[in-house]
Design a binder for this molecule. Structure first.
Ligand SMILES: [Fe+2]
Ligand SMILES: [Fe+2]
Length: 217
């Protein structure tokens, strides 16, 4: 990353890698940093209708530091598996359980997220298939130093785009993770967890698309 270039002309993915905390800023401004990270910050801001000055100010306000992403490729794969694959395997069953409770207890409330349980179950199922392809196929190939990985990488990148669409559905169903006034603690816990899932999935796909997979280029 050319740190001397002005922020608006840098690629979103390079800012996301080079500036710890930038991914949280991008989520706040709804800038796609995981699947459309090759756009410049200026182009991404324009696409979202975001003031570039406000975005630059938020990024520049971040404290310098390190986000401790492993430099070694094997260690990066270990990190992806422990921090994301295993975490998603705990998050989704809990979210599905909470959503089922909210839908059954509050089904007659107009704000009830009807269909959220089903949407989360569908996402979990799809994600598990995706995880297995990475765990049994692509990641072992990368660890062995195989060079012909373009096909599997293109397949995983395309599946990440599908996940991004599913996340849009999740945000829509939960009104951007905002529970209604007076929502019970289960409902609030559900939306907090859905927001955590959204953040973790975006960071997970960002590290794969923009760090691990680019190392193979
Ligand atoms: Fe993954
Ligand atoms: Fe992936």
């Amino acid at each position: 990353m050319d740190t001397t270039a002005p922020l608006p002309s840098l690629a979103v993915r390079d800012i996301a890698i080079g500036r710890p905390g930038a991914t949280a800023v991008f989520r706040r401004f709804k800038i796609d940093y995981c699947c459309a990270g090759d756009a410049t910050l200026a182009a991404a801001a324009e696409r979202r209708g975001v003031e570039i000055e406000a975005l630059v100010e938020a990024i520049e306000a971040l404290a310098p530091g390190s986000d401790n992403v492993p430099v070694d490729t094997g260690a990066l794969i270990d990190h992806l598996l422990e921090r994301y694959h295993e975490v998603h395997r705990r998050q989704f069953p809990e979210a599905i359980h909470l959503a089922a409770r909210v839908e059954s207890v509050h089904g007659d409330n107009p704000d009830c997220p009807i269909g959220l349980t089903q949407h989360l179950a569908f996402m979990f199922d799809d994600l598990e298939t995706h995880h297995q392809k990475e765990e049994m196929g692509l990641f072992p190939m990368i660890r062995r130093g195989e060079v012909h990985v373009d096909g599997p990488i293109a397949c995983m990148t395309a599946e990440h785009e599908d996940v991004l669409e599913q996340l849009k559905g999740l945000a829509r169903l939960t009104h951007d993770f905002t529970p209604p006034v007076g929502a019970c603690s289960t409902w609030r816990a559900l939306y907090d967890l859905c927001q955590e899932i959204d953040a973790d999935l975006r960071d997970h796909m960002h590290l794969e698309n923009n760090d691990l997979f680019r190392r193979m280029g």
